[in-house]
Write a protein that binds this ligand. Structure first.
Ligand code: SF4
Length: 489
Protein backbone atom coordinates (compact mmCIF):
# COMPACT_ATOMS: atom_id res chain seq x y z
CA UNK A 1 0.00 0.00 0.00
CA UNK A 2 1.36 3.41 -0.94
CA UNK A 3 0.84 6.93 0.23
CA UNK A 4 -1.86 8.70 -1.72
CA UNK A 5 -0.67 11.80 -3.49
CA UNK A 6 -3.17 14.63 -3.16
CA UNK A 7 -1.96 17.92 -4.51
CA UNK A 8 -2.50 20.81 -2.11
CA UNK A 9 -1.07 24.34 -2.17
CA UNK A 10 0.76 23.72 1.11
CA UNK A 11 2.47 20.40 1.37
CA UNK A 12 2.01 18.06 4.32
CA UNK A 13 3.43 14.64 4.87
CA UNK A 14 0.30 12.77 3.87
CA UNK A 15 -0.44 15.19 1.05
CA UNK A 16 2.39 15.58 -1.35
CA UNK A 17 2.80 18.57 -3.62
CA UNK A 18 4.16 18.42 -7.11
CA UNK A 19 7.05 20.74 -7.77
CA UNK A 20 9.17 21.11 -10.87
CA UNK A 21 11.92 19.02 -9.34
CA UNK A 22 9.65 16.15 -8.24
CA UNK A 23 7.30 15.62 -5.33
CA UNK A 24 7.71 17.56 -2.14
CA UNK A 25 6.93 16.31 1.38
CA UNK A 26 6.86 18.43 4.51
CA UNK A 27 7.33 17.09 8.00
CA UNK A 28 5.88 19.24 10.77
CA UNK A 29 8.25 19.84 13.69
CA UNK A 30 6.27 21.56 16.51
CA UNK A 31 8.34 24.43 17.89
CA UNK A 32 11.18 23.28 15.60
CA UNK A 33 12.53 20.88 18.24
CA UNK A 34 13.55 17.48 16.93
CA UNK A 35 15.37 14.59 18.60
CA UNK A 36 18.51 13.16 17.05
CA UNK A 37 16.61 9.89 16.41
CA UNK A 38 13.89 11.74 14.50
CA UNK A 39 16.47 13.79 12.62
CA UNK A 40 18.37 10.68 11.53
CA UNK A 41 15.12 9.06 10.43
CA UNK A 42 14.32 12.03 8.17
CA UNK A 43 17.88 11.91 6.80
CA UNK A 44 17.39 8.23 5.94
CA UNK A 45 14.08 9.01 4.24
CA UNK A 46 15.66 11.83 2.21
CA UNK A 47 18.41 9.44 1.21
CA UNK A 48 16.06 6.63 0.25
CA UNK A 49 13.19 8.52 -1.37
CA UNK A 50 14.55 12.01 -2.13
CA UNK A 51 17.77 13.44 -3.52
CA UNK A 52 19.89 13.12 -0.36
CA UNK A 53 19.12 16.48 1.20
CA UNK A 54 16.42 18.30 3.18
CA UNK A 55 15.37 21.93 3.42
CA UNK A 56 14.53 23.70 6.65
CA UNK A 57 11.55 25.92 5.86
CA UNK A 58 10.73 29.38 7.17
CA UNK A 59 8.25 27.71 9.55
CA UNK A 60 10.99 25.45 10.97
CA UNK A 61 9.62 22.40 9.18
CA UNK A 62 11.67 19.84 7.33
CA UNK A 63 11.05 19.34 3.64
CA UNK A 64 12.14 16.40 1.53
CA UNK A 65 12.26 17.45 -2.12
CA UNK A 66 12.76 15.66 -5.40
CA UNK A 67 10.87 12.56 -4.25
CA UNK A 68 10.44 10.40 -7.30
CA UNK A 69 9.32 7.11 -5.73
CA UNK A 70 6.32 6.59 -3.47
CA UNK A 71 6.65 6.52 0.30
CA UNK A 72 5.00 3.40 1.66
CA UNK A 73 2.33 3.40 4.38
CA UNK A 74 4.74 1.44 6.62
CA UNK A 75 7.10 4.41 6.61
CA UNK A 76 4.24 6.73 7.48
CA UNK A 77 3.21 4.54 10.41
CA UNK A 78 6.79 4.58 11.60
CA UNK A 79 6.83 8.39 11.39
CA UNK A 80 3.55 8.52 13.33
CA UNK A 81 5.05 6.25 15.99
CA UNK A 82 8.06 8.50 16.52
CA UNK A 83 5.92 11.65 16.62
CA UNK A 84 6.81 13.03 13.20
CA UNK A 85 3.40 12.66 11.59
CA UNK A 86 -0.06 13.49 12.80
CA UNK A 87 -2.04 10.48 14.06
CA UNK A 88 -4.89 11.74 11.88
CA UNK A 89 -3.74 12.18 8.27
CA UNK A 90 -6.60 14.63 7.53
CA UNK A 91 -5.03 17.36 9.69
CA UNK A 92 -1.35 16.80 8.91
CA UNK A 93 -1.43 19.54 6.27
CA UNK A 94 -2.21 22.26 8.86
CA UNK A 95 0.78 24.41 9.58
CA UNK A 96 3.37 23.75 12.17
CA UNK A 97 3.11 25.54 15.52
CA UNK A 98 5.90 28.08 15.57
CA UNK A 99 7.82 28.87 18.75
CA UNK A 100 11.05 30.53 19.69
CA UNK A 101 13.90 28.07 19.11
CA UNK A 102 15.44 29.19 22.41
CA UNK A 103 12.42 28.31 24.58
CA UNK A 104 13.59 27.08 27.96
CA UNK A 105 17.20 28.13 27.47
CA UNK A 106 16.81 31.89 27.00
CA UNK A 107 17.61 33.84 30.18
CA UNK A 108 15.40 36.75 29.04
CA UNK A 109 12.20 34.81 28.35
CA UNK A 110 9.16 35.31 30.57
CA UNK A 111 7.93 31.75 30.21
CA UNK A 112 9.08 28.48 28.67
CA UNK A 113 6.58 27.79 25.85
CA UNK A 114 7.56 24.21 25.01
CA UNK A 115 4.80 22.44 26.93
CA UNK A 116 2.15 24.82 25.57
CA UNK A 117 3.35 24.20 22.01
CA UNK A 118 3.16 20.43 22.57
CA UNK A 119 -0.41 20.78 23.91
CA UNK A 120 -1.51 22.97 21.01
CA UNK A 121 0.02 20.55 18.55
CA UNK A 122 -1.72 17.64 20.28
CA UNK A 123 -5.04 19.48 20.08
CA UNK A 124 -4.68 20.24 16.37
CA UNK A 125 -3.30 16.84 15.47
CA UNK A 126 -6.16 15.02 17.17
CA UNK A 127 -9.17 16.99 15.94
CA UNK A 128 -10.48 15.58 12.68
CA UNK A 129 -13.11 18.31 12.58
CA UNK A 130 -10.32 20.81 11.79
CA UNK A 131 -9.41 19.01 8.55
CA UNK A 132 -11.41 21.40 6.29
CA UNK A 133 -9.41 24.43 7.52
CA UNK A 134 -7.01 26.14 5.17
CA UNK A 135 -3.55 24.51 5.20
CA UNK A 136 -2.27 28.00 5.95
CA UNK A 137 -3.94 28.01 9.39
CA UNK A 138 -1.00 28.88 11.60
CA UNK A 139 -0.13 29.65 15.22
CA UNK A 140 2.94 31.16 16.89
CA UNK A 141 3.73 31.15 20.60
CA UNK A 142 6.29 33.67 21.85
CA UNK A 143 7.66 33.39 25.38
CA UNK A 144 8.79 37.03 25.52
CA UNK A 145 12.50 36.22 25.29
CA UNK A 146 15.34 37.72 23.27
CA UNK A 147 14.67 35.61 20.20
CA UNK A 148 11.15 36.58 19.19
CA UNK A 149 8.72 35.00 16.76
CA UNK A 150 5.79 37.34 17.46
CA UNK A 151 6.48 39.29 14.25
CA UNK A 152 6.39 36.21 12.01
CA UNK A 153 3.35 35.83 9.75
CA UNK A 154 0.85 33.58 11.56
CA UNK A 155 -2.95 33.59 11.88
CA UNK A 156 -2.86 33.49 15.68
CA UNK A 157 -0.04 34.89 17.79
CA UNK A 158 0.23 34.37 21.53
CA UNK A 159 2.91 36.57 23.10
CA UNK A 160 3.91 36.37 26.77
CA UNK A 161 3.59 39.66 28.66
CA UNK A 162 4.24 40.45 32.32
CA UNK A 163 1.58 42.36 34.23
CA UNK A 164 2.32 42.85 37.88
CA UNK A 165 3.52 39.48 39.08
CA UNK A 166 1.54 37.50 36.52
CA UNK A 167 2.55 36.25 33.08
CA UNK A 168 -0.19 36.21 30.46
CA UNK A 169 -0.34 35.45 26.77
CA UNK A 170 -1.61 38.34 24.72
CA UNK A 171 -3.76 37.25 21.75
CA UNK A 172 -3.13 38.86 18.36
CA UNK A 173 -4.94 37.90 15.15
CA UNK A 174 -3.70 38.35 11.62
CA UNK A 175 -5.83 40.60 9.42
CA UNK A 176 -3.89 39.94 6.24
CA UNK A 177 -1.92 43.17 5.93
CA UNK A 178 -1.70 43.88 9.66
CA UNK A 179 -2.43 42.40 13.10
CA UNK A 180 -5.18 43.25 15.52
CA UNK A 181 -4.35 43.54 19.21
CA UNK A 182 -7.45 41.96 20.73
CA UNK A 183 -6.54 43.11 24.25
CA UNK A 184 -7.32 39.54 25.38
CA UNK A 185 -4.95 38.17 27.99
CA UNK A 186 -4.83 34.44 28.64
CA UNK A 187 -3.30 32.40 31.38
CA UNK A 188 -1.23 29.56 30.04
CA UNK A 189 -3.86 26.96 30.99
CA UNK A 190 -6.52 28.84 28.97
CA UNK A 191 -4.61 29.04 25.68
CA UNK A 192 -5.51 25.65 24.18
CA UNK A 193 -9.23 26.10 24.82
CA UNK A 194 -9.25 29.60 23.36
CA UNK A 195 -7.29 28.54 20.26
CA UNK A 196 -9.74 25.63 19.94
CA UNK A 197 -12.70 28.04 20.13
CA UNK A 198 -11.09 30.33 17.52
CA UNK A 199 -10.61 27.33 15.22
CA UNK A 200 -14.26 26.30 15.69
CA UNK A 201 -15.66 29.76 14.91
CA UNK A 202 -13.32 30.02 11.92
CA UNK A 203 -14.37 26.57 10.72
CA UNK A 204 -18.06 27.25 11.15
CA UNK A 205 -17.98 30.40 9.04
CA UNK A 206 -15.45 29.21 6.50
CA UNK A 207 -17.59 26.20 5.62
CA UNK A 208 -21.09 27.65 5.99
CA UNK A 209 -20.43 31.03 4.44
CA UNK A 210 -17.65 30.25 2.03
CA UNK A 211 -19.65 31.50 -0.96
CA UNK A 212 -19.96 34.95 0.59
CA UNK A 213 -16.38 35.14 1.79
CA UNK A 214 -14.51 33.97 -1.30
CA UNK A 215 -16.94 34.13 -4.18
CA UNK A 216 -14.10 34.80 -6.61
CA UNK A 217 -12.18 31.53 -6.13
CA UNK A 218 -14.41 28.75 -4.97
CA UNK A 219 -11.73 26.07 -4.89
CA UNK A 220 -9.55 27.97 -2.43
CA UNK A 221 -9.96 27.44 1.31
CA UNK A 222 -11.09 30.47 3.28
CA UNK A 223 -8.36 32.07 5.40
CA UNK A 224 -8.93 33.13 9.01
CA UNK A 225 -8.28 36.80 8.20
CA UNK A 226 -11.04 36.67 5.57
CA UNK A 227 -13.52 35.42 8.18
CA UNK A 228 -12.35 38.24 10.49
CA UNK A 229 -12.96 40.83 7.79
CA UNK A 230 -16.32 39.29 6.91
CA UNK A 231 -17.66 39.13 10.47
CA UNK A 232 -15.77 42.04 12.03
CA UNK A 233 -13.35 41.52 14.92
CA UNK A 234 -15.85 42.17 17.70
CA UNK A 235 -18.46 39.77 16.42
CA UNK A 236 -15.81 37.12 15.85
CA UNK A 237 -14.48 37.52 19.40
CA UNK A 238 -18.02 37.43 20.83
CA UNK A 239 -18.60 34.11 19.09
CA UNK A 240 -15.30 32.82 20.48
CA UNK A 241 -16.35 33.99 23.94
CA UNK A 242 -19.70 32.20 23.63
CA UNK A 243 -17.78 28.91 23.96
CA UNK A 244 -16.95 29.82 27.58
CA UNK A 245 -19.10 30.26 30.65
CA UNK A 246 -17.02 33.30 31.68
CA UNK A 247 -15.88 36.43 29.83
CA UNK A 248 -12.34 36.42 28.52
CA UNK A 249 -9.98 38.75 30.36
CA UNK A 250 -9.47 41.92 28.34
CA UNK A 251 -7.19 44.86 28.89
CA UNK A 252 -8.00 47.30 26.13
CA UNK A 253 -5.06 49.58 26.87
CA UNK A 254 -2.38 46.97 26.93
CA UNK A 255 1.08 48.54 26.65
CA UNK A 256 2.25 48.26 23.03
CA UNK A 257 4.54 45.34 22.42
CA UNK A 258 7.04 46.67 19.92
CA UNK A 259 7.87 44.22 17.20
CA UNK A 260 11.49 43.13 17.21
CA UNK A 261 13.80 44.64 14.61
CA UNK A 262 13.81 41.93 11.92
CA UNK A 263 17.46 42.58 11.18
CA UNK A 264 18.37 41.80 14.78
CA UNK A 265 16.11 38.81 15.28
CA UNK A 266 17.10 37.10 12.08
CA UNK A 267 20.78 36.80 13.08
CA UNK A 268 20.68 37.07 16.85
CA UNK A 269 20.75 33.32 17.29
CA UNK A 270 23.82 32.64 15.16
CA UNK A 271 27.15 31.97 16.88
CA UNK A 272 27.75 30.97 20.50
CA UNK A 273 25.39 32.17 23.27
CA UNK A 274 25.22 31.43 26.99
CA UNK A 275 22.06 29.64 28.11
CA UNK A 276 20.04 30.35 31.23
CA UNK A 277 21.51 27.07 32.52
CA UNK A 278 24.90 27.73 34.11
CA UNK A 279 27.95 26.55 32.16
CA UNK A 280 25.92 25.63 29.07
CA UNK A 281 25.76 27.39 25.70
CA UNK A 282 24.00 27.01 22.41
CA UNK A 283 25.50 27.45 18.97
CA UNK A 284 23.43 28.83 16.09
CA UNK A 285 24.64 27.07 12.95
CA UNK A 286 24.21 28.67 9.51
CA UNK A 287 22.61 26.43 6.90
CA UNK A 288 23.16 28.06 3.49
CA UNK A 289 19.69 28.58 1.96
CA UNK A 290 18.26 26.26 4.62
CA UNK A 291 19.72 23.18 2.94
CA UNK A 292 21.34 20.21 4.66
CA UNK A 293 22.74 17.12 3.03
CA UNK A 294 22.05 13.84 4.76
CA UNK A 295 25.70 13.27 5.77
CA UNK A 296 25.64 16.70 7.45
CA UNK A 297 22.41 15.76 9.24
CA UNK A 298 24.03 12.65 10.68
CA UNK A 299 27.10 14.70 11.65
CA UNK A 300 24.96 17.29 13.46
CA UNK A 301 23.01 14.51 15.19
CA UNK A 302 26.35 13.02 16.34
CA UNK A 303 27.33 16.40 17.87
CA UNK A 304 23.93 16.86 19.57
CA UNK A 305 24.17 13.34 20.98
CA UNK A 306 27.83 13.49 21.97
CA UNK A 307 27.98 17.00 23.45
CA UNK A 308 24.42 18.23 23.94
CA UNK A 309 21.17 16.78 25.21
CA UNK A 310 20.19 14.85 22.09
CA UNK A 311 17.94 17.43 20.44
CA UNK A 312 18.33 19.92 17.62
CA UNK A 313 16.30 23.07 17.20
CA UNK A 314 15.28 24.29 13.76
CA UNK A 315 14.65 28.00 13.38
CA UNK A 316 12.11 29.94 11.27
CA UNK A 317 15.19 31.68 9.84
CA UNK A 318 16.12 28.35 8.23
CA UNK A 319 19.08 27.69 10.50
CA UNK A 320 19.61 25.31 13.40
CA UNK A 321 20.69 25.44 17.05
CA UNK A 322 22.88 22.92 18.85
CA UNK A 323 21.96 23.35 22.50
CA UNK A 324 23.13 22.39 26.00
CA UNK A 325 26.79 22.28 25.04
CA UNK A 326 29.07 22.47 28.12
CA UNK A 327 31.26 25.55 27.72
CA UNK A 328 34.50 23.59 27.87
CA UNK A 329 33.54 21.76 24.66
CA UNK A 330 32.59 24.79 22.56
CA UNK A 331 35.94 24.89 20.80
CA UNK A 332 35.75 21.19 19.97
CA UNK A 333 32.18 21.46 18.71
CA UNK A 334 33.10 24.41 16.49
CA UNK A 335 35.75 22.40 14.73
CA UNK A 336 33.30 19.52 14.26
CA UNK A 337 30.82 21.96 12.68
CA UNK A 338 33.56 23.14 10.33
CA UNK A 339 34.28 19.53 9.38
CA UNK A 340 30.69 19.37 8.17
CA UNK A 341 31.36 22.31 5.81
CA UNK A 342 29.15 24.51 7.98
CA UNK A 343 29.79 27.54 10.19
CA UNK A 344 28.17 29.74 12.82
CA UNK A 345 29.21 33.29 11.93
CA UNK A 346 26.43 35.83 11.25
CA UNK A 347 28.72 37.99 9.13
CA UNK A 348 29.46 35.54 6.36
CA UNK A 349 27.62 36.27 3.11
CA UNK A 350 25.85 32.89 3.31
CA UNK A 351 24.40 33.68 6.74
CA UNK A 352 21.97 36.31 5.55
CA UNK A 353 21.29 34.96 2.08
CA UNK A 354 17.69 34.01 1.29
CA UNK A 355 16.23 32.54 -1.89
CA UNK A 356 12.85 31.12 -2.80
CA UNK A 357 12.51 27.77 -4.59
CA UNK A 358 13.30 29.37 -7.96
CA UNK A 359 12.81 27.91 -11.42
CA UNK A 360 14.07 24.45 -10.50
CA UNK A 361 11.23 24.06 -7.98
CA UNK A 362 8.50 26.56 -8.86
CA UNK A 363 6.71 27.23 -12.14
CA UNK A 364 6.15 30.90 -11.25
CA UNK A 365 9.84 31.68 -11.03
CA UNK A 366 11.48 33.81 -13.69
CA UNK A 367 15.00 32.82 -12.60
CA UNK A 368 17.05 30.05 -11.00
CA UNK A 369 17.19 31.91 -7.69
CA UNK A 370 18.80 29.22 -5.54
CA UNK A 371 21.68 28.49 -7.90
CA UNK A 372 22.20 32.18 -8.58
CA UNK A 373 22.22 32.94 -4.85
CA UNK A 374 24.84 30.28 -4.17
CA UNK A 375 27.01 31.46 -7.08
CA UNK A 376 26.78 35.05 -5.84
CA UNK A 377 27.71 34.02 -2.30
CA UNK A 378 30.66 31.98 -3.54
CA UNK A 379 31.91 35.01 -5.49
CA UNK A 380 31.44 37.50 -2.64
CA UNK A 381 32.81 35.19 0.04
CA UNK A 382 36.25 35.41 -1.58
CA UNK A 383 36.19 39.19 -1.98
CA UNK A 384 34.22 40.95 0.75
CA UNK A 385 34.66 40.95 4.54
CA UNK A 386 31.64 42.02 6.53
CA UNK A 387 31.44 42.94 10.19
CA UNK A 388 27.67 42.67 10.34
CA UNK A 389 25.08 40.72 8.35
CA UNK A 390 23.88 41.95 4.98
CA UNK A 391 20.56 40.38 4.05
CA UNK A 392 20.39 39.56 0.33
CA UNK A 393 17.05 38.16 -0.82
CA UNK A 394 16.54 36.45 -4.20
CA UNK A 395 12.93 36.05 -5.25
CA UNK A 396 11.72 34.48 -8.48
CA UNK A 397 8.48 36.48 -8.59
CA UNK A 398 6.83 39.30 -6.59
CA UNK A 399 5.06 36.81 -4.30
CA UNK A 400 8.17 36.72 -2.17
CA UNK A 401 7.56 33.36 -0.42
CA UNK A 402 10.98 33.10 1.19
CA UNK A 403 11.03 36.40 3.06
CA UNK A 404 8.13 38.63 3.97
CA UNK A 405 9.92 41.58 5.48
CA UNK A 406 12.40 44.03 3.98
CA UNK A 407 15.92 43.02 3.19
CA UNK A 408 19.06 45.09 2.63
CA UNK A 409 19.21 44.06 -1.03
CA UNK A 410 16.36 42.35 -2.91
CA UNK A 411 16.98 40.74 -6.27
CA UNK A 412 13.72 40.17 -8.11
CA UNK A 413 13.89 37.81 -11.11
CA UNK A 414 12.13 39.36 -14.09
CA UNK A 415 13.13 37.25 -17.08
CA UNK A 416 15.14 34.11 -17.57
CA UNK A 417 18.43 35.58 -16.49
CA UNK A 418 17.73 39.13 -15.35
CA UNK A 419 17.09 40.82 -12.01
CA UNK A 420 15.81 44.10 -10.65
CA UNK A 421 18.07 45.31 -7.82
CA UNK A 422 16.28 46.95 -4.87
CA UNK A 423 17.89 48.42 -1.75
CA UNK A 424 16.69 49.53 1.68
CA UNK A 425 13.14 50.12 2.82
CA UNK A 426 10.11 49.79 0.60
CA UNK A 427 8.62 52.93 -0.89
CA UNK A 428 5.24 53.64 -2.44
CA UNK A 429 6.35 52.04 -5.68
CA UNK A 430 7.67 48.71 -4.47
CA UNK A 431 7.47 46.54 -1.38
CA UNK A 432 11.03 45.38 -2.05
CA UNK A 433 12.78 48.69 -1.46
CA UNK A 434 13.90 51.37 -3.91
CA UNK A 435 14.85 50.28 -7.40
CA UNK A 436 18.58 50.85 -7.90
CA UNK A 437 19.15 48.99 -11.17
CA UNK A 438 16.86 47.14 -13.51
CA UNK A 439 17.17 44.20 -15.91
CA UNK A 440 20.65 43.27 -14.75
CA UNK A 441 21.80 40.00 -16.38
CA UNK A 442 22.97 37.52 -13.74
CA UNK A 443 26.49 37.49 -15.21
CA UNK A 444 26.84 41.17 -14.23
CA UNK A 445 25.28 40.79 -10.81
CA UNK A 446 28.23 39.49 -8.71
CA UNK A 447 30.60 42.42 -9.54
CA UNK A 448 27.71 44.88 -9.13
CA UNK A 449 26.77 43.58 -5.67
CA UNK A 450 30.45 43.52 -4.71
CA UNK A 451 30.68 47.21 -5.62
CA UNK A 452 27.53 48.04 -3.65
CA UNK A 453 28.98 46.25 -0.61
CA UNK A 454 32.32 48.03 -0.93
CA UNK A 455 30.63 51.43 -1.17
CA UNK A 456 28.58 50.59 1.90
CA UNK A 457 31.59 49.36 3.90
CA UNK A 458 33.71 52.42 3.14
CA UNK A 459 31.04 55.12 3.39
CA UNK A 460 28.69 54.00 6.17
CA UNK A 461 28.39 56.28 9.19
CA UNK A 462 29.32 53.68 11.80
CA UNK A 463 30.22 50.04 11.87
CA UNK A 464 26.70 49.38 13.15
CA UNK A 465 24.83 51.04 10.30
CA UNK A 466 23.13 48.35 8.18
CA UNK A 467 23.27 48.41 4.41
CA UNK A 468 19.53 49.14 4.34
CA UNK A 469 19.97 52.14 6.67
CA UNK A 470 22.91 53.37 4.61
CA UNK A 471 20.85 53.11 1.40
CA UNK A 472 17.88 54.89 3.00
CA UNK A 473 20.08 57.94 3.72
CA UNK A 474 20.87 58.47 0.04
CA UNK A 475 18.94 59.19 -3.11
CA UNK A 476 19.05 56.60 -5.88
CA UNK A 477 21.13 58.98 -8.02
CA UNK A 478 23.67 59.38 -5.19
CA UNK A 479 23.89 55.63 -4.70
CA UNK A 480 24.39 55.06 -8.41
CA UNK A 481 27.15 57.71 -8.53
CA UNK A 482 28.97 56.05 -5.66
CA UNK A 483 28.59 52.54 -7.11
CA UNK A 484 29.67 53.66 -10.57
CA UNK A 485 32.63 55.50 -9.07
CA UNK A 486 32.21 58.96 -10.58
CA UNK A 487 31.18 60.91 -7.55
CA UNK A 488 32.09 61.33 -3.90
CA UNK A 489 28.98 61.64 -1.75
S1 SF4 B 1 8.37 33.71 -4.67
FE1 SF4 B 1 7.31 33.22 -6.57
S2 SF4 B 1 8.84 32.11 -7.74
FE2 SF4 B 1 9.52 32.07 -5.63
S3 SF4 B 1 8.72 30.16 -4.78
FE3 SF4 B 1 7.23 31.80 -4.32
S4 SF4 B 1 5.77 31.68 -6.02
FE4 SF4 B 1 7.59 30.57 -6.67
Amino acid sequence: MYLSSISLPCPGLFYSTSARDGTLFRIRIPGGIVTTGQFRMVADLAEKFGAGYVNITNRANLQIREVRTQITSEVLHLLQNIGLASPIPGVDHLRNIMGSPTAGIDSEELIDTRSLIRKLDYYISNHTDLAPLSPKFSIAVDGGGALKVCDRPNDIILTAVELGTQIYFHLKLNLGESFTNTGILLQIQECVDVVGAIAKVYLQHSTLEKENITPYRKSRKVRLFEVLHYLGIERFLQEVESHFSYPLRRLPHLPTISPPHPHLTRYLHLGVHPQRQQELSYIGVVLPLGKLETWQMHGLADIAQGYGSGTLRLTPWQNLLLTDIPNQYIHEVKSKIENLNLHWSATKIYSALIACAGSTGCVSSATDTKNHALKLAEYLDQRVTLNQPVNIHFTGCPKSCAQHNNSDITLLGVSEDKYQVYVGDSDHESKFGRLLYQDVPFAQLPPLIEKILQVYITKRRTRHESLGEFANRHSIAELQRMVEGDGEV
